[in-house]
Write a protein that binds this ligand. Structure first.
Ligand code: OGA
Ligand code: NI
Length: 367
């Protein structure tokens, strides 16, 4: 019957129904793993063309992304640090930082708190399980793009809206509240330094990006990548670029994050005590492509331990503000590559789409 055929669709089974059941169970991937499965449910199986992209281009010995030592940032070392940041943003879109001023006990405590949240019983986490962020500062869910993606990923996420002020700190689950409040305090300080370095690297005044409210709209995601019984059939996080200005990522020791560089996937190897920084789409647009946002992804976790990461996205808090390439980067030789838009419209577009590739920058691109 025709109706049945539409229902069953391309996959040969009623995928929409199975996705809905998984979502309504609020189990998350962690809950599935705890139930003791030895193979992954079919909604997680990625089509062969996607899985193939995950395999052959990985170059394990490729040039690693740069690691930049931020010690003595306010000394005569600064201009060399600015040059390194600028070089990394131009050539890789990604870099790691060490001696950034956040003590390693704080890094460990933050990872442990995110892990502890995800390792609570399903009933406790289920109270936070929801898909709408509007009206809620805190959401826990599996796969932010569950209903728009072609296949689900082996990952659960806790999202917290942090900025401009973490108004609803009381809504943050108790088990990780103090640690998230502490992390946000550290990120506000470090974020200001990073925006300064990035601004100077672009030849702007150090305060420029901060004045554009780029530290104001902070949002965090605490990801949990459970061990996967069939890591070759799925992924941890599909390839995407981050929409905002800059992302500050804390990862544990497991690994699995990869960045696209010169057409190949390069591992972002965990460096103890380091943080990973990357350029987002909005910075690519503001800088008229002086800096590039870069596709990255996370492999499904083949290890016996879970992988935990925590990303903070630095976005403008001025949602009604108009963004586009700054006049400093436009010239007769290099006309504006993007049209202008309101940041609120940009975000709306981001949440409607599948997390896949750079469709946002492409949307605003002028010829
Ligand atoms: C992200 C992201 C990488 C990771 O949340 O946008 O790229 O290692 N995370 O979890
Ligand atoms: Ni990302």
């Amino acid at each position: 019957m025709a109706a049945n055929r539409t229902l069953i669709g391309e996959q040969g089974y009623d995928r929409a129904e199975e996705v809905k059941q998984f979502d309504e169970s609020k189990l998350g991937v962690k809950g599935l793993v705890d139930s003791g499965l030895s193979s992954i449910p079919r909604i997680f199986i990625h089509p062969p063309e996607i899985l193939q992209q995950f395999q052959p281009t990985t170059r394990p010995n490729a040039q690693p992304i740069p690691t930049i030592d931020l010690s003595d940032l306010h000394s005569d070392r600064r201009s060399s640090i600015v040059d390194q940041v600028s070089g990394a943003c131009r050539n890789f879109g990604f870099f790691q930082i060490t001696n950034h001023g956040i003590p390693s006990v704080v890094l460990d405590r933050t990872i442990a708190a995110v892990k502890a949240f995800h390792e609570q019983p399903t009933e406790v986490k289920a109270r936070f399980y929801r898909r709408e962020m509007i009206g809620h500062g805190v959401t826990y869910l599996s796969n932010v793009d569950l209903y728009t993606s072609k296949a689900a990923s082996w990952r659960d996420t806790l999202q917290v809206r942090l900025g401009p002020l973490l108004e609803a700190a009381d809504d943050v689950p108790k088990i990780c509240r103090d640690e998230i409040v502490e992390w946000d305090r550290e990120i506000r300080r470090l974020g200001e330094e990073l925006l300064g370095l990035v601004s100077e690297g672009l030849g702007l005044r150090a305060e420029k990006l901060k004045e554009m409210t780029c530290l104001g709209g902070r949002a965090m995601v605490g990801h949990y990548y459970p061990p996967c019984p069939q890591p070759d059939l799925t992924v941890g996080l599909t390839s995407h670029s981050d929409p905002g200005v800059l992302t500050v990522l804390l990862q544990d020791h497991i690994g699995g994050l990869q960045v696209k560089h010169d057409g190949a996937w390069v591992d972002v190897k965990p460096v103890p005590g380091a943080l990973v920084i990357n350029v987002g789409d909005l910075l690519q647009i503001i800088s008229n492509e002086e800096y590039k946002s870069v596709d990255h992804r996370v492999l499904a976790n083949p290890h016996h331990e879970p992988r935990v990461s925590m990303a903070v996205f630095l976005n403008p808090s001025n949602r009604e503000g108009v963004f586009g390439p700054l006049p400093e980067f436009i010239s007769p030789e290099k006309p504006a590559l993007y049209k202008e838009f309101k940041f609120s419209e940009f975000l709306l577009r981001f949440f409607k789409k599948e997390l896949n590739g750079k469709s946002l920058v492409n949307y605003y691109k002028l010829q």
